[in-house]
Write a protein that binds this ligand. Structure first.
Ligand code: GLC
Length: 736
């Protein structure tokens, strides 16, 4: 997907090189032959790492070690003489974090980003990239939410699967994490997520299921926490029962670092590899247990075989000769940031006129906030900023004859802690007053979002709020740009003429925002997470993170929009919301069965009704008999009234058909009715016809993104499987 032409170039791309791949001959070995020659002690040595980042090698049998490394939005290779110094990771391309990328609703983009990270991993000699993270966002206060994709499991699962395919297309493995219900950072190593089965299978595990079934990750990383009383690293139901038994996962389970809990229960539960190594205690205890007959040696064989299989896959991967083009990756990082940008509000101020003079306010326009803290943080080899990007755009007008508006800068606050002063505020007011438009960059402080602890509130730094108020008072033509990895409260929300969410937009956030605000690119994002008005509107207000050891998920699956829609709560911006620089029309909604027979009069084309909504709800009919192959789609199609943001009209035909329908294809024509090229995200929600069923009011069951020129019409086809319609009380079928 292209997002328009970008005028802002990418300085210093050559500086972004990751170290050249060590020339290590890709040796192969015969797994079965090696298994026959391994002693028990050697097998047990394979079950833990050799060191912090490598698996155990067995040189005498020709088995090399392979290297694992973070992270989900860019390569993070720890520096120092032995590669374990977390304070100085090697430089790499820093892509937008997952919480930003998910706003793109673009599986092709996630695949491209995955491929780019895989290329840099290959160049740097990394064999497995520890990502993506797909945990659901139980509360917007979750410390690692910036690292996770969405509050919706379908969106998270589909995007994760695409990312996995992208990385693995380079012969580099991935590690889907953190499996499962890692929903808070507080006491993450000991807390016990107590989740009912409905919520577990229909909500918390679904993204993992989709990513495993469709992405086929080489590894999955069990989480630190307990799930229903049992640590994930030794949770047989989770690892062997559900992932392997029900979903058919045939890869390797690698513990989170220092996350393995028991030396005798982990292996029988299905854990294959304990990291980091070396863990002589683990090797010894497993060997003792085998000799004592308390652990079946066949379990050791299975795990050792999976380790060898992973090593072999990585060796084969090393034969795929690819190399990272760092300038191309920087261009991709910019494109990704643009496609993930969400236009929350715009009364027509955007895109800015070429000649408008601009006041860039807030230190984040010079030192952008582009990542949270922890193992996903990337040492960006190249990092631009909005100030430089705007200056370049403003000074290099298209035809060099017309002078374009000037750029003024005002610091506004101190980036390190968000504090401000009367002097800084007055300087900002002066700049805003002098220029045609004020663009105020605000966001969370660098330490607000991190692995290891949760957010305390949803507020921006007080200095940022004050700055927005003062800038808007000085110049009503004000745009606010948000740089944060999750929702924030905006008490000034009705004051600026436009509000743009960049998220944590990576190393090209400056060029991206300059292109989007100037109209050289367009905002392609839709919210992958609900933005509540205030923390007190959230279901877990006042009790997240839960400081008890047992964290009871009493909200079940009613998380995010599943909660707000079901209770009819107002939110600042709903899941799926995002404005555009153009307008769209939806025409000719068609339903067709895929497999099975539909009656000829199934569709009554005259029964169209035009409504201004950009979502179509396909429901199942309570009266329809559920035949042995699943429910019939006796589904009149209706459209929800509530808004997910302005969208094109939706056509609503009545459809009714019987038979052993296996899949339902929903097709609709989308037309760009505006004057600018833009992208649209068609979102398909499923809801029960009759109220009263114990399930969310509606759930996303399909989405598709397309870029259209003015006047262009394209059909969008989304196929729904039977899973989308299985009555909520038949959730076991959903797991089939
Ligand atoms: C960390 C994280 C995990 C990361 C691993 C290696 O504690 O939980 O996401 O991949 O350890 O750094």
């Amino acid at each position: 997907m292209t997002s328009g032409h970008e005028n802002v170039t990418t300085p210093g791309a050559d500086a972004a090189r990751v170290p050249a791949q060590p020339e290590e001959p890709a040796r192969t070995f015969d797994i079965d032959a090696v298994m026959l020659r391994l002693t028990l002690a050697q097998k047990c040595s394979l079950l833990t790492g050799r060191d912090k980042w490598h698996t155990q090698d067995i040189p005498e049998l020709g088995v090399p070690s392979i290297r694992l490394s973070d992270g989900p939005n860019g390569l993070r290779i720890e520096g120092g003489p032995d590669g374990t110094d977390a304070s100085c990771p090697l430089p790499a391309t820093a892509f937008p974090t997952e919480s930003a990328l998910a706003n793109s609703f673009d599986t092709e983009l996630l695949r491209d980003v995955g491929r780019a990270i895989g290329e840099e991993a290959r160049d740097a000699g990394v064999d497995v990239v520890l990502g993506p993270g797909v945990n659901m966002k139980r509360s917007p206060l979750g410390g690692r939410n910036f690292e996770y994709l969405s509050e919706d499991p379908l969106l998270a699962g589909k995007l994760a699967a695409a990312y996995i395919k992208g990385v693995q297309s380079c012969g580099v493995g991935t590690s889907l994490k953190h499996f499962a219900c890692n929903s808070q950072e507080h006491a993450r190593m000991t807390s016990d997520s107590v989740v009912d089965d409905r919520a577990l299978f229909e909500y918390y595990l679904r993204a993992f299921e989709i990513a495993i079934r469709e992405g086929r990750p080489w590894t999955v990383m069990p989480a630190y926490n307990r799930l229903d009383g049992v640590y994930c690293c030794e949770n047989e139901r989770l690892l062997s029962g559900i992932a392997r038994g029900t979903w058919g996962f045939d890869g390797l389970f690698v513990s989170d670092w220092c996350g393995q809990s028991s030396n005798t229960s982990s292996l029988p539960a299905g854990l294959d590899l304990v990291m980091p190594g070396p863990r002589p205690d683990y090797r010894r205890d497993v060997e003792k247990a085998v000799r004592a007959g308390t652990i079946d040696e066949r379990l050791v064989d299975d795990a050792a075989q999976r380790v060898l299989q992973l090593v072999d896959s990585c060796l084969a991967g090393r034969r795929t000769r690819i190399s990272a083009d760092m300038r191309e990756h920087l261009d991709l990082a910019r494109q990704a940031a643009q496609e993930s940008t969400v236009l929350l509000e715009n009364d027509g101020l955007l895109p800015l006129p070429d000649r408008a003079s601009v006041a860039l306010i807030g230190e984040y326009c010079r030192t952008p906030h582009t990542s949270g803290l922890g193992s996903s943080e990337v040492n960006a080899a190249v990092r631009d900023c909005a100030y430089d990007a705007f200056s370049e755009l403003r000074c290099s007008s298209e035809d060099d004859t017309t002078s374009t508006g000037s750029v003024l800068y005002a610091r506004g606050y101190v980036a390190a802690d968000g504090s401000t002063s009367e002097v800084l505020l007055q300087q900002a007011e002066l700049a805003a007053r002098r220029q045609d438009v004020a663009v105020v960059f605000v966001g969370l402080t660098p330490h607000a979002e991190s692995e290891g602890y949760d957010r305390l509130d949803l507020r921006l730094p007080a200095g940022h709020d004050e700055l927005v108020e003062r800038a808007c008072a000085a110049n009503p033509d004000t745009v606010v740009v948000l740089q944060c990895g999750g929702p924030v409260e905006m008490p000034w929300r009705d004051k600026p003429r436009a509000i743009v969410l960049q998220g944590l937009a990576g190393c090209q956030s400056g060029a991206a925002i300059a292109n989007v605000l100037s109209g050289r690119a367009y905002p392609g994002g839709r919210l992958a997470e609900t933005w509540p008005q205030t923390l007190s509107d959230t279901f877990l207000a006042g009790r997240f993170p839960d400081t008890h050891r047992r964290v009871v998920y009493d909200e079940s699956m009613f998380v995010g929009y599943r909660y707000y829609d079901s209770v009819g709560a107002d939110v600042a911006y709903p899941f799926g919301h995002g404005l555009s620089y153009s307008t769209f029309r939806y025409d000719r909604l068609r339903l067709e069965t895929v497999g099975g027979q539909a009656r000829p009069d199934a569709f009554d084309e005259d029964d169209l009704s035009w409504l201004r909504r950009n979502e179509i709800v396909t429901s199942w009919d309570e009266s329809g008999d559920t035949d042995e192959d699943g429910p019939s789609f006796g589904a009149p199609v209706r459209v929800e009234e509530e808004s997910r943001g302005p969208g094109a009209a939706a056509a609503v035909p009545r459809a009714r058909f019987e038979g052993d329908v296996r899949r339902l294809a929903v097709t609709i024509d989308v037309t760009n009715t505006g004057s600018r090229r833009a992208s649209e995200v068609v979102q398909l929600y499923v809801a029960p016809i009759e109220p009263g069923m114990y399930c969310p009011v509606q759930e996303l069951e399909g989405f598709a993104k397309l870029d259209l020129d003015p006047g262009q019409t394209e059909p969008v086809r989304i196929e729904l499987s039977r899973r989308a319609f299985v009555p909520a009380d038949d959730f076991a079928a959903r797991c089939a």
